[in-house]
Design a protein around this ligand. Structure first.
Ligand code: ADP
Ligand code: MG
Length: 340
């Protein structure tokens, strides 16, 4: 076969293979878009563990009618200027919507504050239909039906509706912790399964949201962190040693509001608790790192959950030091024990 350029749909399906692993990945991308659009309210509705239906509705800025076609086109984004080092939004790659639209039946209905009416566009297995008028209030609603109908090999890997529904709920919780001012609801075909009313963006409001998501016992069994080293700020809550888990699943970390999974952060937490927790026990933690976007690279993997810090030693030292100091202050470890 001669070398030829792949079709747009094939390119998008290849990208979808990386970004859209399962229904929860769709929910993550759509909720991120709603938050980037400044939504105060995000509603997630699903059916069949998200495989039959995912609908994410928001009251954000909306998409101008003449940009709907661009919104579902690859490498089109309203979020990135000319500097890849200055990323302040959750999205920046311009590939979620075309990727999702290449493997499902996707409809976006949207209306901006300035428009007199809403409009919608659909894309099915990569085929885009023309923009049509629609009825809707300000904001955006994205509906994804029959996920992976166009890529049966991926569909076969799904774990069953219950497992996918749990993964969706986990994704919403993880994001919601970083956006206390936003009201989130998650519903299944016949009932609302999670309702997180808006809190304010104060220390108290943030802790309120954490309690909504993680349960009331966590604030009661944790201590607050607030530390700064050079220009890196760390805030959050960490459990007291007697309140630990057999796994590290309840360790939430955020970098500039973005949920991340990061080995460096996980290892810093382990180090901080090394002399107060047995090796098979894990702290429950919520850590918010705030730093200059230019000193952290989020362009590591298409799913945008991995980060690389310019100064990993600084970040590690900050986390280990802040947790140890907080534990010592609470009288839960001696200030001098253990090396840093
Ligand atoms: P990215 O988020 O990386 O820009 P996406 O494919 O997720 O790429 O979205 C493409 C564009 O569509 C966004 O840059 C944004 O302008 C627009 N968009 C998507 N979802 C929404 C939404 N819920 N509200 C407003 N605009 C949206
Ligand atoms: Mg996006």
């Amino acid at each position: 076969m001669r070398i030829r350029h792949l079709s747009e749909t094939m390119i998008n399906q290849i990208a979808a293979g990386e970004v859209i692993e399962r229904p929860a990945s769709v929910v993550k991308e759509l909720v991120e878009n709603a938050l980037d659009a400044g939504a105060n309210r995000v509603e997630v509705a699903t059916a069949g563990g998200g495989l039959n239906l995912i609908r994410v509705s928001d009251d954000g800025s909306g998409i101008p009618v003449d940009e709907l076609e661009l919104a579902v086109s690859r490498h089109c984004t309203s979020k990135l200027g000319n500097d890849i080092h200055d990323i302040r939004s959750l999205g920046f790659r311009g590939e979620a919507l075309p990727s999702i639209g290449s493997v499902s039946r996707l409809t976006i209905r949207s209306r901006t504050a300035r428009a007199d009416a809403a409009a919608e566009i659909s894309i099915e297995g990569g085929n885009v239909s023309p923009v049509r008028p629609a009825a809707a209030n300000r904001g955006t609603s994205v509906e994804v039906r029959d996920l992976f109908f166009a890529t049966p090999a991926r569909l076969k890997f799904m774990k069953g509706q219950r497992a996918e529904a749990t993964a969706i709920s986990d994704v919403v919780k993880r994001i919601a912790i970083a956006f206390p001012k936003v009201r989130f609801t998650l519903s299944g075909p016949d009932r609302t399964t999670m309702e997180l009313p808006a809190s304010d963006d104060t220390a108290e409001g943030r802790l309120g949201r954490i309690a909504q998501v993680m349960g009331k016992e966590f604030p009661e069994n944790s201590i607050a962190l607030d530390a700064m080293r050079e220009s890196v700020q760390l805030a959050g809550h960490v459990s007291i040693p007697s309140y630990s888990r057999a796994n590290a699943l309840q360790q939430y970390a955020y970098v500039n509001g973005r949920p991340v999974r990061d080995k460096l952060i996980a290892s810093a937490i382990r180090g901080a608790y090394a002399d107060v927790l047995p090796r098979d026990r894990h702290a429950i933690t919520v850590l918010f790192l705030t730093l200059d976007p230019a000193t952290v690279d989020v362009n590591v993997h298409p799913a945008k959950a991995d980060v690389r810090f310019r100064d990993p030693g600084l970040v590690r030292g900050l986390i280990v030091g802040a947790i140890r100091e907080a534990l010592a202050k609470a009288g839960l470890r001696s200030a001098t024990s253990g090396a840093s």
